[in-house]
Design a protein around this ligand. Sequence first.
Ligand code: SF4
Length: 420
Amino acid sequence: MILQKEMIANLFDELSSASDTGKKVVYTFVPGNLSELILAFDMLPVYPEINALQSGMRKMSGEYIREAEKYGYSEDVCTYVKCDIGMMLKGNVGPTGKKLPDPDLLLLSYTGCFTFMKWFENLGKLYPNAEIAMLHTPYQENGKITPEMTEYMVKQLREEVIPKMEKVSGKKLDEEKLKQVLEHAVKTEDTITNIFDLTKNVPSPIDAYFAGVYYIGPINIGFRGTPEAVEYYNELYKEIDYRAKQGLGPITPEGEMEEKYRLVVEGPPNWTSFREFWKLFYDHGAVIVASSYTKVGGVYDMGFRHDPARPLESLAEYCMNCYTNLNLIQRTDLLAKCVTDYKADGLLVNSIKSCNSFSAGQLLMMRTIEERLEIPVGFIESDLVDPRYFSYSNLKNRLDSFFQMLEQRRIIRDPAEVAS
Ligand code: SF4
């Protein structure tokens, strides 16, 4: 925690002094992020979704969303977008209380969510001096990445993205530097995979959703590819491995947890009432052992690694492998594999009102997994950062019924253990 706080504070300090140091600033997205290229050009990243979720956790998103709605954004627009635009309209003060610099480059890496395009189209109007570069990622319609798809993306990197980055930074791409950054990225990807593998232990030493979203912070906000991230994830692995070896359960804001149920969760969490939301699971002894949301910045557990020997090709493959760029069959298979590999008792879907990208097809995926694996499944609804859509009693009622269903299965499956 100390290391992560230091890393993030340093990044925001660097951002707030960018106009003095002359460092160029890139606004970009978590899925399909080109961290390694940004680092190779010595530029600084800003992730609007991260600012939005931080504003949600700090109870500021409601005000930003209202500001964006006053400006003309409809109630149906993704609340990350409205929170980001509202924050910008209110002076663009970031999560650490310091003003964020305007972007020099809007790097739109498009990985399956159409909102990304509309979001940056709007930012393009609000920041007319910023350069815009777009990288289009072809959807994995047939569940495969073909050589043509990779070639198409590498061409865009060479002809569109890198030239714009060279123009904005005033530097030529240093291919040797990019390779070194990619070497660090591979180490980080190996370690984070090993960390999330530890939740296969019974009991799981961590909660892979509520704590997992915290652990993926550095890898998703621009540190993948840095020596700091390698160190951070090595330290994190040591701590969690220790807990696993001692047979300890997850630490939560309410205290240490005793594992009763193991769940896989699909969909992002609610950020505005994060602690109350987590407590609903804590109260029932439900530990999340795997989640799709911790894979939005990269699906490393399915084997993808950046490759310093094929730098641009592997950047392209990284984008194409993003969770939001997988088709429904791939997502279903991935969730089913998680249920099996992590010995989960059930699957829960948290459907997000304003996120079409995640919500489309969730019911179908849930029913398919229910039939295929014969496990209890549950469906709840909330929102990312709009506090108007977090209904505590609704969620509690639905979760109570879901946990009753899990308990019934437990009694049927293992009556002796339940009785004891
Ligand atoms: S719709 Fe969902 S995936 Fe798309 S930008 Fe909003 S939160 Fe992200």
